[in-house]
Ligand binder design. Structure first.
Ligand code: ACO
Length: 320
């Protein structure tokens, strides 16, 4: 059975930056409130649709892998902020890169990229695909209610992509795990503003709502539990993990998770200060940044875990 290895990666973060100080000019907030509670200093805001961010990230990932659209056997695009409900926006990326293959979006919120990596790994291991393009892309600024400071300060826009390729080496995705806990589906949601009456033309008034404290607790349990699962599946002792890339929702969640798992703090990768929470895009963007910074090296073992609305959670253990 072949292994599934990330051989190309790319990110796209829009050039417009909104700092905490910028936010304080139009809502009652401050860097003094935001930074100590979240670790966020700034976020990027997109003026183009999610599919454009996804396409740029995808083209960069293809270039890094030395592939073209022709080589891709499947496109999985994780997002909860697509430009259109139908068609899926994986189809837009597909048209832009000139691929001829199945293409679809998945909505597993912040766990979406790792859900995609897991599905891609399955397709490669069972011989259905040789190269799968997995993308996490979000334009969360589009669904944010900018009059609500408690949510508006937390999120940002961006995209990251990975080419996952069949390999005969022992590198690649060693194990993955996915879960969903519907008992918490109400604590994090972006519902339509009205009652979804089928004749209501004003239905597209999104409103992102969440219970931050409850999410905090469940995020630690969800990411910690699935991380332990992938370590156990592969008999990997914690000491063998070189780098942990958790979902970047809040720096305090990351610190608490790492502390509870007894992982040395320097092994946790954090870039939330620059981007805020970009949902399905946090992990592929973090993978790109970690590679650029030399924190992922050949032979290193990476543990990644995520948590999001659903309540979804996912983890993957990847040998580089
Ligand atoms: N600026 C200034 N004051 C604010 C802001 C703001 N942006 N937002 C809220 N406040 C005020 C509140 O009005 C409240 O004031 P009051 O005491 O006078 O009523 C006070 O600050 C405390 O508000 P809380 O909501 O209780 O703040 P808390 O300490 O719980 O921190 C936070 C909020 C940072 C969101 C925290 O709950 C958290 O870290 N949650 C987990 C992360 C999260 O929920 N992310 C959302 C996406 S989830 C995901 O990606 C999986």
């Amino acid at each position: 059975m072949p292994n599934a290895m990330i051989t190309g990666w790319g990110k796209c973060v829009p050039p417009s930056v909104l700092t905490n100080d910028d936010l304080s000019t139009f809502m009652p907030t401050s860097d003094e409130w935001i930074f100590p509670r979240t670790g966020i200093k700034q976020r990027h805001i997109s003026h183009v649709p999610c599919s454009e961010l996804a396409t740029v990230a995808a083209k960069r990932a293809l270039a890094a892998a030395g592939k073209t659209g022709d080589d891709i056997d499947m496109i999985i695009l994780a997002t909860c902020t697509p430009d259109t409900l139908i068609p899926n926006i994986a189809a837009t990326v597909q048209a832009e890169i000139g691929a001829t293959c199945p293409a679809f979006d998945i909505n597993a919120a912040c766990s979406g990229f790792l859900y995609g990596v897991s599905m891609a790994t399955g397709q490669i291991q069972n011989g259905q695909c040789k190269n799968v393009l997995v993308i996490g892309a979000e334009r969360l600024s589009f669904i944010i209610d900018w009059s609500r400071r408690e949510t508006a300060v937390l999120f940002g826009d961006g995209a990251g992509a990975a080419v996952i390729e069949a390999t005969d080496t022992d590198a690649g995705v060693q194990a993955y795990a996915m879960n969903n806990d519907p008992s918490g589906r109400e604590i994090l949601k972006a519902s339509f503003g009205t009652n979804m009456d089928r004749f209501d033309t004003e239905a597209f008034n999104f409103h992102l709502q969440f219970d931050g404290r409850e999410i905090f607790k469940r995020a630690i349990a969800g990411m910690g539990g699935l991380s332990q699962q992938v370590l156990a599946k592969t008999n990997t002792p914690l000491e063998d993990v070189d780098l942990v890339i958790p979902h970047q929702a809040n720096e305090r969640i990351i610190d608490t998770l790492i502390g509870k798992m007894k992982i040395p703090a320097e092994k946790a990768f954090k870039n939330i200060a620059n981007y805020g929470n970009t949902s399905a895009a946090t992990i592929p963007i973090a993978i790109c940044d970690a590679l650029e910074q030399g924190r992922i090296k050949p032979g290193c073992t990476l543990l990644s875990c995520a948590f999001g609305a659903g309540l979804t959670s996912a983890a993957a253990l990847i040998k580089w």
